[in-house]
Design a protein around this ligand. Structure first.
Ligand SMILES: Cc1cc2nc3c(=O)[nH]c(=O)nc-3n(C[C@H](O)[C@H](O)[C@H](O)COP(=O)(O)O)c2cc1C
Length: 150
């Protein structure tokens, strides 16, 4: 069965949004992601959620049926608003198979940069520092240090 993926950005609700350092007062986000990961494991979905203190970026991938249900839950959640889909489609292989879901803090500008990146075909060029870095290159560069850290 082909693997499908979706990437979007959104704005956190005020209970989650914090205006300085992501990570402080994130108890509600921890609980949300714990619930999300539990559901995703059943649905065969993996990915990552990035949070810059105000906005979310999420990438998730999995079989069509599972991803459809998960994305429906995301779209129906009241913990965020202004969901903007960046890309949706088939990917040749899983690109972020590491976690059913995990949230990572990023610096303030990061979600804005991701929102403006090239998401065509979820392609990867392999160099996040290059001027032509794709959205997938940028996400991979955020995730990689956390893989090494375990
Ligand atoms: C930013 C964000 C990401 C989410 N990611 C997932 C997910 O990956 N899988 C999932 O099943 N639900 C996901 N959800 C839904 C939550 O797990 C949860 O069901 C929902 O937020 C609870 O409803 P509420 O936000 O209206 O309180 C997400 C919700 C938000 C706001």
């Amino acid at each position: 069965m082909p693997i499908r993926a979706v990437a979007y950005v959104s704005t956190a609700c005020s209970e989650i949004a914090e205006h300085d350092a992501p990570g402080i007062g994130s108890g509600r986000l921890d609980a949300l992601v714990e619930d999300a990961a539990r559901f995703n494991r059943q649905a065969g979905v993996t990915g990552v959620l990035l949070f810059d203190g105000t906005r979310f970026f999420q990438y998730m991938e999995g079989p069509e049926d599972g991803l459809h249900i998960v994305y429906g839950r995301v779209l129906g959640a009241s913990s965020h608003r202004d969901v903007i889909e960046l890309q949706r489609g088939i990917v040749g292989r899983r690109m972020l198979p590491f976690w059913p879901m995990r949230w990572l803090p990023t610096d303030r500008a990061q979600v804005g940069v991701l929102a403006k990146a090239d998401w065509t075909g979820f392609k990867q060029r392999g160099d996040a520092a290059a001027i032509k870095a794709t959205g997938m290159d940028l996400v991979t560069s955020v995730v990689e240090p956390h893989l090494l850290a375990g």
